[in-house]
Design a protein around this ligand. Structure first.
Ligand SMILES: O=C(O)CCC(=O)C(=O)O
Length: 300
């Protein structure tokens, strides 16, 4: 083990998530804020989402409202280097082994006053793989409390079924909590100071509320998996060629021998009319929506 102790490892195995408070030094967080400001400038030039930035419905170039910076690792050497650092890969290696491949990266902005919710979902519903050594590491750039839309998870849900993320026969990437017999009060909010990292298993049910508070909640997710977890056909993982796929290796050795595990999966097909970011996909679901902060407060 490089970073985690046995207790943290067992906690992750049991609950499907882990929080490492103030894991990243203040200099990295300061630099990250400078990079986020730089990447955000592009929003002044666009009137709708493009390959670099996903914008809120209420966005305009004069009053930019960024929902997500897409693939920050490709847009910034800083975020690429951070992803490849031991600070990030060390805990991941401790949990899922030495050979790691990137899935994708995204920086969810959840800005003060209007930052969009992310509906309850399991990442594995979007990208099923041959085994579930698949996780996402979240980097917290602002202090997060209950008010500004923390990531919320259902402990232990990674051991349960892959829930229905379809609506009207189409994949819309959102779970109807009451319909699945779940109550939001059983979810845990992952709060902590800037510099905290969260880790969640790809089968862990999670989401986050609207940010109506006066404080931003900017959080970057590095998604990765064991190199022998291969995407299942029909999933949303990009796979153009084995060469391109092996370029996504973060550390260790690639393999051409997928490891199979008996786990529940569903295929996210057919895809909805607009198959863009998770926000666009989920907006096409007629399921009861995620929660506002007021609902979070009432339920907890
Ligand atoms: O930003 C969040 O709170 C949740 C992010 C997430 O689950 C996703 O983007 O898939």
């Amino acid at each position: 083990m490089e970073f985690l102790n046995d207790q943290q490892h067992s906690f992750y195995d049991e609950n499907g998530f882990l929080v490492l408070p103030a894991h990243l030094p203040a200099e990295i967080i300061e630099q990250a804020h400078v990079e986020i400001a730089r990447l955000s400038e592009h929003a002044n030039l666009i009137s709708g989402s493009d390959d670099l930035i996903d914008v809120e419905d209420s966005h305009s170039p004069d009053a930019p409202r960024i929902r997500r910076i897409k693939r920050p690792d490709l847009q910034s050497d800083f975020f690429d280097k951070l992803m490849r650092s031991d600070l990030i890969l060390g805990p991941a290696r401790d949990l899922i082994g030495p050979n790691l491949r990137m899935h994708t990266t995204k920086l969810n902005m959840k800005k003060a006053e209007f930052g969009a919710p992310v509906q309850w979902h399991q990442d594995f519903a979007f990208y099923p793989h041959t085994n579930d050594d698949v996780l996402a590491i979240g980097i917290v750039f602002d202090d997060i409390s209950l008010e500004n839309g923390p990531l919320q998870v259902f402990p232990g849900s990674q051991k349960g079924p892959l829930l229905d993320h379809h609506y009207d026969g189409v994949f819309t990437g959102a779970v109807d909590l009451p319909g699945a017999g779940l109550n939001m009060k059983d979810a845990v909010s992952l709060t902590g100071p800037a510099g905290t990292i969260t880790i969640h298993h790809a089968r862990t049910l999670h989401g986050s509320a609207l940010n109506r508070s006066p404080r931003d909640r900017q959080m970057l997710f590095y998604e990765m998996m064991a190199a022998d977890a291969f995407p299942v056909m029909g999933g949303m993982t990009k796979f153009e060629s084995i060469d391109q796929y092996d370029e996504l290796m973060l550390c260790g050795e690639p393999t051409k021998q997928p490891r199979l595990k008996e786990i529940p999966i569903r295929i996210p097909q057919p895809q909805p009319a607009k198959a863009g970011s998770i926000y666009e996909i989920q907006s096409q679901s007629g399921k009861p929506g995620y929660v506002t902060y007021e609902e979070v407060k009432q339920a907890t």
